[in-house]
Design a protein around this ligand. Structure first.
Ligand code: SF4
Length: 382
């Protein structure tokens, strides 16, 4: 393995989850820092991975935030690049018996939940997520038990055990619609784990929500004040923001949406310059989707800098060519999941997918195809 070092990463860990307000403490984690490869070795590894994917009859599914080489390999070999749910759905529907998931651990688990009979490999099983780390399943279960009258809605960035305790799993592309629907039916919500996404959904829907106080180490660091200064330098630029970002950033955004929705907006909007508040890994796909347009990373630095991530997820960065070749060569790093836990975790995912399909049919019947495409592209029935 090509490794320079392991770097420490601090993340928000709710300290008292049985309380409604959930004050946070700082958790400590680490992320491996991959070593850049010499050009000759890089090309050889890419070629070797192509051969191994064919030998193993495996398909590579990659997240938008991983290294550009892995994204290109996935697309060039018949795999896909997408958000976590698109990755899981693609893997489930693909005939390959082996899926290689380039992303973070909960994405491998979600792929296993939706495809229990398939072999799921990952370049690095230690690649995790601050939202997953910040929502331990025993504390989360205690919080749910303390609020039995509330409907439990969790974001996809959670462990299988947390999903198994939820009534609904949602992605950022469908969270607003699911919660608005539950609110219209008089239900009160327990939301976990991302506080910024939860707060955004709460403001947009007016739902009664108690929020777990987790945060993404990447999006939490975008700065509203520095964004204002950057916008003043680029007055023509449109701002694209992921809803895991703080309210001060979302308040300045022209488009708030999931990774796929932000890429679609970059392609569709009549603007030549964009400031992008999400992981910088997405810029590779945005540039391909909208050639000729300029993309500027939203600021995490400046007077109020913290820069735990500097707009690139330290765990997504652990996905590297050498690790990918290694797992394909030796069959290492397989995701395993207790079948009963997987079955329970699948129920709230299936509920979301069935909801998406129903809404899609309703919107199609109304003839509003633009809304249909914007909301549910690549989200289908389980
Ligand atoms: S970018 Fe944030 S939400 Fe995504 S995997 Fe990394 S820490 Fe988790």
């Amino acid at each position: 393995m090509h490794t320079l070092a392991a770097r420490p990463v601090e993340f928000d860990l709710p300290a008292s989850p049985a309380q409604a307000a959930c004050p946070t403490t700082i958790g400590q984690a680490w992320a491996r820092v991959p070593e850049p490869l010499p050009p000759g070795q890089r090309a050889a590894l890419i070629e070797r991975i192509r051969e191994l994917l064919a030998r193993e009859r495996a398909v590579l599914v990659a997240h938008y935030y991983v290294d550009a080489d892995l994204q290109e390999l996935a697309e060039a070999t018949g795999g896909c690049v997408g958000d976590s749910l698109e990755m899981a759905r693609f893997g489930r529907d693909h005939p390959a018996d082996t899926l290689v998931v380039a992303g973070v651990r909960f994405m491998g688990e979600t792929a296993k939940i939706l495809s229990p009979s398939k072999r799921i490999l990952m370049p690095d099983l230690q690649a995790t997520c601050s939202l997953d780390l910040g929502c331990p399943d025993d504390d989360f279960t205690a919080w749910c038990d303390a609020h039995p009258d509330r409907t439990v809605v969790v974001y996809a960035n959670t462990s299988a055990a947390v999903k198994a305790r939820a009534d609904w799993v949602v992605t950022s592309s469908i969270a607003l619609d699911v919660v608005a629907n539950l609110h219209a039916r008089g239900q009160r919500i327990l939301w976990a784990p991302d506080r910024h996404l939860g707060s955004y959904v709460q403001r947009q829907t007016g739902a009664d929500m108690l929020l777990w106080q987790g945060a993404c180490v990447v999006h939490d660091e975008f700065k509203g004040v520095e964004l204002e200064l950057l916008r003043a330098e680029h007055p023509q630029a449109r701002v694209l923001a992921h809803p895991e970002s703080p309210q001060a950033v979302l308040a300045q955004a022209d488009v708030v949406g999931s990774t796929t929705q932000l890429i679609d907006a970059a392609r569709a909007l009549d603007a030549g310059q964009f400031i992008v508040a999400t992981d910088q890994g997405i810029l590779h796909k945005m540039r391909a989707a909208a050639p000729g347009k300029q993309f500027i990373a939203a600021p995490t630095a400046g007077n109020s800098a913290t820069c735990k991530s500097c707009a690139h997820c330290p765990w997504m960065a652990m996905n590297e060519l050498a690790g990918l070749a290694n797992v394909l060569e030796h069959g290492h790093n397989e995701i395993t999941l207790d079948p009963e836990l997987g079955r329970r975790a699948k129920l709230p995912i299936d509920r979301m997918l069935a909801f998406a399909e129903q809404r899609k049919q309703r919107v199609r019947a109304s003839g509003d195809l633009a809304r249909d495409t914007a909301l549910y592209e690549r989200v289908g029935p389980a």
